[in-house]
Design a protein around this ligand. Structure first.
Ligand code: HEM
Length: 520
């Protein structure tokens, strides 16, 4: 009996020991899990809705984000409706996103306006990361942005720049809105490169003008803060009419591109019949000749045209407003900094001479102008938050959890003005790039990322670099620029798809080349 009782007591003791060990182990595991499981980044919680919306609508998003980083640190979160936004403001975290975990963060989160104008995400900028995006990006970079393709359409760019310089010369002494002038110059040059030969003909000028205006309208819509993006439940009301207007722009662009493609196909067929030899191709003709899919027989021409139209739209959207905005910022900084401006002029005189117009082959020798452009990119990046990324699965960044589907912004505006990374960051000092040549647009130096980084880095860098430098060199070498009497320079900016000057830069050109014939 006694034996039985003592056996029962020891069995109970063993059971209790085992149970306490199991519970202890489980509790330890839970504690370990709690510390090992990353949490969401710090940030705003439960603020009244308006608290979130005010910075969003105030159109100073990059500045508001930089202020919040001072409170919450280099990675923080914001809830907008049920959407999680994560803002990154340090080079090491930018590297984690766009280099170390590039594939996970290689998706975009297209806004309603962007979806409406990108042919259902058939473009490069908003296509999901995957085989389609890889194929289109490869074609774009290899066929269009290669040095030989860009050299081949130089004459088309040059003609537009010459026309612009000639017009300015005819109206010399009158004030010019430099942002507008360069936007139309960029749209014209890019249209010339895209379908320069196809677009020839009587109706070209009027069609181009109409198209120019539609593209400019589309830029405004793409940059507009849209409540429907924050609260998808409200999207069907399209309260601000952004979706309706974007679709209307898209229809006009679509039908314009259709007619251009039809004319290109007809033109090529006529030339072939007439037995004309190969003539120089514009980008559209290059594209039409390409076997985009490697499966040409099984695809309709409608699908192929849709893909071509999506890419043409990308080039127009990505390449015009960004570059023309930079022309305006560089010109503003030069008007503000006379000593810098004089050095640029000296370099142009030495490299190009007063008896010549600038040519693209002069550009590599203009190293000081190059530094001026970089310094302007640092202080006024046209896309201060890049194009937001969206993780395709949950990830850990800086020890914090970033859930799948969040919208991730890299605030390069804040990084490029951070006093811990840059000496006297608010000073305009091009010499920093001469002293330290380790800065370029490749996205490898994470304190300087005007074109982004990683696999979704800007696909148009080679063209952007050439066009920006060429247009600036031509404007600066052909004219002296001065502000109209009584006006002052102003540097405040406003957020949009591209961050622009609030007050447009207006300046007066005074011809300075040795002979008037040079302007013809
Ligand atoms: C000053 C001029 C320009 C600036 C500052 C600029 C900047 C940018 C930035 C920051 C991105 C996003 C990069 C990222 O997510 O890391 C981007 C993407 C892109 N840009 Fe540009 N860009 C410029 C000119 C151009 C030009 C001239 C073109 C076309 C010819 C172009 C085409 C594109 C395309 C297609 C993408 C999407 C790339 C992708 O998602 O794979 N850009 N650009």
């Amino acid at each position: 009996m006694e034996n039985n009782a003592s056996n029962g007591a020891s069995a109970l003791a063993v059971l209790l020991t085992v149970l306490s060990l199991v519970f202890g182990f489980l509790a330890a595991l839970r504690r370990w899990r709690n510390t090992a499981d990353p949490v969401l980044p710090p940030g705003l919680r439960g603020l009244p809705l308006v608290g979130y919306l005010i910075p969003f609508l105030r159109q100073h998003l990059h500045r508001e984000f930089a202020k919040l980083a001072e409170i919450y640190g280099p990675i923080y979160k914001l809830w907008l409706g049920n959407k999680l936004w994560v803002v990154i403001s340090s080079p090491s975290l930018a590297k984690e996103i766009s280099r170390d975990q590039d594939v996970v963060f290689a998706n975009r989160d297209a806004t309603i306006a962007a979806s409406a104008v990108t042919f259902g995400g058939k473009d490069i900028a908003f296509a999901d990361y995957g085989p389609y995006w890889r194929k289109m990006r490869k074609i774009f970079v290899r066929e269009m942005m290669s040095s030989s393709s860009l050299d081949a359409c130089y004459s088309l760019r040059k003609e537009e720049v010459k026309k612009c310089i000639n017009n300015l010369h005819s109206n010399a002494g009158s004030p010019v809105d430099l942002g507008q002038l360069s936007l139309f110059l960029l749209i014209n040059s890019i249209m010339a490169m895209l379908w320069g030969h196809t677009g020839e003909g009587d109706k070209r000028e009027s069609l181009n003008l109409e198209f120019q205006q539609t593209v400019a309208e589309m830029m405004v819509l793409l940059g507009k803060a849209n409540i429907s993006d924050i609260f998808p439940a409200l999207a069907r009301f399209d309260a601000q009419g952004v979706e309706r207007k974007a679709k209307s722009c898209h229809r006009r662009i679509d039908s314009f591109l259709d007619s251009i493609i039809d004319r290109a196909i007809e033109g090529a067929a006529i030339e072939k019949q007439a037995g004309h030899g190969e003539r120089k191709k514009d980008i559209l003709q290059l594209f039409l000749d390409l076997d985009i899919d490697g499966d040409e027989d099984n695809r309709t021409s409608t699908t192929k045209n849709r893909e071509i139209k999506a890419i043409l739209t990308d080039i127009l959207v990505g390449g015009t407003d960004t570059t023309s905005t930079m022309v305006e910022w560089v010109m503003s900084e030069l008007l503000q900094h006379k000593a810098v401006s004089e050095k640029v002029m000296e370099e142009l005189t030495e490299v190009v001479g007063m008896n010549n117009m600038v040519e693209e082959h002069d550009l590599p020798k203009l190293t000081y102008l190059d530094a001026v452009i970089k310094e302007t990119f640092r202080l006024h990046p046209p896309l201060p938050l890049l194009v937001p990324r969206c993780p395709s699965q949950s990830a850990t960044i800086g020890g914090y959890k970033i859930p799948k589907g969040s919208k991730v912004f890299i605030n390069i505006w804040a990084i490029q003005r951070d006093p811990q990374l840059w000496e006297n960051p608010l000073q305009f000092k091009p010499e920093r790039y001469l002293e330290n040549p380790g800065f370029d647009f490749s996205g490898n130096n994470f304190i300087f990322l005007p074109f982004g980084s990683g696999r979704r880095i800007c696909a148009g860098v080679p063209l952007a670099e050439r066009m920006l430098k060429y247009v600036l060199a031509a404007l600066l070498h052909s004219f002296d620029w001065e502000l109209p009497e009584g006006t002052e320079l102003e540097f405040s900016d406003k957020f949009g798809i591209v961050v622009k000057k609030v007050k447009p830069l207006v300046a007066i050109p005074r011809p300075k080349l040795s002979k008037p014939e040079l302007y013809q």
